[in-house]
Design a protein around this ligand. Structure first.
Ligand code: BGC
Length: 687
């Protein structure tokens, strides 16, 4: 078990760590808002900190430190938005970095520094959008503004309902199937009716059309499904993640969607959680880079409205997602929506840190977590929503709740959530009642309602949604070869080679290969949860399984005795959220291990591929295969696996999450001491 109390002294948020791709650990300690801290310490808002430390908002940090927003950092440090960093440091948006540093959008990088990928700092909303929103708000009643603050759920709300009540958004619950089925055309024509209904409302304010478009447009069949985030998080290729998210946005917009509950910014520190695979990394700095990349791909490289076709991002779940204590789940799971017991500096670095790049890049919306922090529901935390997110971090967009959280999160209420700073409610249980409650609750002030509705309308304006209609020509490129090629690249860049005894890989293309295991021919296990159905139903869509991909390259034999090499794909069954929480990570089927053992006994060369949503227990079986690959949840493009197996591409990915040796290590992360997992964070072989 990891020692939470010591974590704040071992993690900081520095882009220098990103620049060195997992190799460098950083340190920080606690300081107050205006204080100064010494070696290993951290200083707050305007402080300055010494060697190895972190300084906040406008601070300055020494030797290996990191400084926030407009700070300056020394030798190997990293500075935020407008800062300057020294020798091997990295500086943010308009900063300058020295020798081997990397600088952001408008910054200057020194020799050896670079990057095809940089995160901009976007100021929004535009004056035009502010004026438009103010004009509309001036014409709206309290009830009309309250309606902007609620999402109407598809499957419950009709077109007539939304035309009458003019909610701010329409959203698809996970796994929702439109009346005409899950094809893009059926989604498109169904959603067109809702989109058009906005024009019939009094103020003609467009609806946000939301869904969990998470790894490709996973709501519709025939789309390309990308690897889930845990795989992408090992790629060290944010530019590719940005490109994939752009394709995701295009395939989402083709269905008539303009808003997605993504990217996931949680830093999972517990493999028992059913959402590990949604987490880019256990390192908040790595997560920050990929969350920003995904946001830029989804919304546009320079903020809302710059990336049409695009989706407004709703990054989630603010904040500290992945840090909850086991046994505290509010949903009958183990960890999901549990209680987080970390101190404020740790919340800032681990819980808030992953959002910073995306916030700078113009993130449009944020979903507040349904978990609790030190016993208080985050859904009603005015400290985290109003003080930190909207205050310190100057978030310009709007905040939504998670599923029924305003009434189901422990200690929460609709008035409590809105007064804490929530702007929009996801209350599928009673969305009409939620509008009425906001409107009629006297403890919710007119000013708070005006602020919330203004933020929502400004976001819609900035995103270009006034006058937006589904572009029917986009359907032609959904699931296209070009899009699948990008996902195939993402697959090969997310495969982590864990073991390669006697150079078993790559396999020669002349080899006769036996392919088996529960995941060998299954889009269900390749795609995991949040694919067509909430709990995953990848088989309903189109893709290439791993065995199909292998068969395109080599001869597949069905009799193991005839094979030169045996490939066994050991797989977890798909799951999502609390349904996937598990007290043990011994989740691979016994039959897969038995088959692997049979393969070992056959005397052939044996390759084990694991498809899973979390690191799983394999330590007792390592010797049953020559080579082991962690493929995470690769999605529909199994060809990417064959690319690496047969040596057309070298494996390059590194573990984004520590791989435990035993169930006792499910909470072990790279900052822990002692740290002796089966495979360390950042581990990955190549050939
Ligand atoms: C999940 C969110 C998701 C929402 C809408 C909730 O149960 O926690 O991540 O966006 O459902 O499907």
């Amino acid at each position: 078990m990891r020692a939470r109390a010591s974590l704040s002294s071992t993690i900081c948020l520095t882009t220098a760590c990103l620049a060195t791709a997992f190799a460098v650990g950083c340190s920080s300690g606690g300081g107050d808002t205006t204080g100064a801290a010494g070696s290993g310490g951290a200083a707050g808002a305007t402080g300055s900190a010494g060697a190895g430390s972190t300084a906040g908002e406008s601070g300055a940090a020494g030797a290996t430190g990191a400084a926030g927003q407009s700070g300056a950092a020394g030798a190997t440090g990293a500075a935020g938005a407008t800062g300057a960093a020294g020798a091997a440091g990295a500086a943010g948006a308009t900063g300058a970095a020295g020798a081997v540093g990397a600088a952001g959008a408008m910054g200057t990088a020194g020799a050896g520094g670079a990057g095809a990928f940089s995160i901009p700092t976007v100021a929004w909303p535009s004056d035009a959008c502010k004026t438009m929103a103010a004009t509309l708000i001036g014409q709206m009643t309290r009830a009309e503004k309250a309606a902007q603050m609620v999402m109407a759920p598809l499957g419950i709300a009709s077109v007539a309902d939304v035309q009458t009540l003019a909610p701010g958004a329409v959203f698809a619950p996970g796994g929702y199937v439109p009346p005409g089925g899950s094809g893009i055309a059926a989604w498109g024509s169904y959603l067109d009716g809702f989109i058009a209904a906005a024009d019939q409302t009094t103020h003609k304010i467009p609806f946000l059309m939301g869904a969990d478009v998470l790894h490709g447009n996973n709501t519709a069949i025939g789309t390309v499904i990308f690897p889930h985030n845990a795989g992408l998080g090992g790629s060290n290729d944010p530019a590719l993640v940005q490109k994939g998210a752009q394709i995701t946005a295009m395939e989402g917009a083709a269905a008539g969607l303009n808003w997605t509950f993504a990217p996931f910014a949680g830093v999972s520190w517990d493999d028992q959680w059913g959402r590990v695979y949604e987490s880019f990394s256990e390192d908040p700095m790595v997560a920050n880079m990929f969350v920003a990349a995904a946001t830029m791909g989804l919304q546009g490289a320079n903020g809302l409205g710059t990336g049409m076709p695009a989706l407004v991002s709703c990054s989630k779940h603010w904040a500290g997602d992945g840090q909850a204590n086991p046994g505290t789940s509010n949903k009958g799971g183990v960890v999901d929506r549990g209680n987080i017991t970390i101190d404020e500096p740790t919340m800032m670095s681990v819980g808030v840190g992953p959002y910073l790049g995306a916030l700078g890049a113009g993130l449009g919306s944020v979903m507040v977590s349904d978990a609790s922090w030190n016993g208080t529901s985050l859904t009603v935390s005015s400290h985290m929503i109003t003080d930190i997110l909207k205050g310190t971090e100057k978030f310009a967009g709007f905040v939504s709740t998670d599923w029924n959280a305003a009434t189901e999160s422990k200690g929460a209420s609709i008035a409590g959530a809105i007064n804490a700073g929530v702007d929009m409610l996801m209350q599928p249980s009673d969305w009409k009642g939620a509008i009425n409650t906001i409107n009629t609750t006297t403890s919710i002030s007119d000013a708070r309602i005006t602020d919330a509705a203004t933020r929502i309308i400004e976001t819609k304006c900035q995103a270009g949604l006034f006058g937006w209609k589904r572009d029917t020509t986009l359907a032609a490129s959904v699931g296209s070869a070009d899009h699948r090629a990008v996902a195939r690249q993402a697959v090969r860049e997310s495969l982590v080679l864990l073991q390669n005894t006697a150079a078993a890989l790559p396999l020669p293309k002349t080899a006769k290969v036996y392919v088996g295991g529960s995941g060998s021919d299954s889009l269900d296990t390749q795609c995991g949860g949040w694919t067509i159905a909430w709990q995953g139903a990848g088989h309903l869509t189109t893709g290439t399984t791993i065995s199909q991909a292998i068969a395109k390259v080599a001869t597949v034999v069905t009799d193991m005795t005839q094979a030169d090499a045996v490939v066994i794909v050991l797989s977890e069954k798909p799951y999502a959220e609390f349904e996937g929480d598990s007290q043990s990570i011994n989740t691979l089927p016994a039959a897969d291990f038995a088959l692997l053992h049979t393969a070992r006994m056959s005397g052939k060369k044996v390759v084990a591929i694991v498809t899973s949503g979390r690191p799983v227990l394999i330590s007792d079986h390592l010797t049953d295969a020559d080579a082991w690959i962690a493929a995470w949840l690769p999605g529909t493009e199994g060809d990417g696996v064959a690319d690496v197996l047969f040596g057309d591409y070298h494996p390059t990915a590194k573990l984004s999450h520590t791989w435990p040796m035993t169930d006792a290590q499910v909470q072990l992360i790279f900052t822990a001491t002692p740290y002796a997992p089966l495979f360390k964070f950042g581990f990955g072989l190549t050939y």
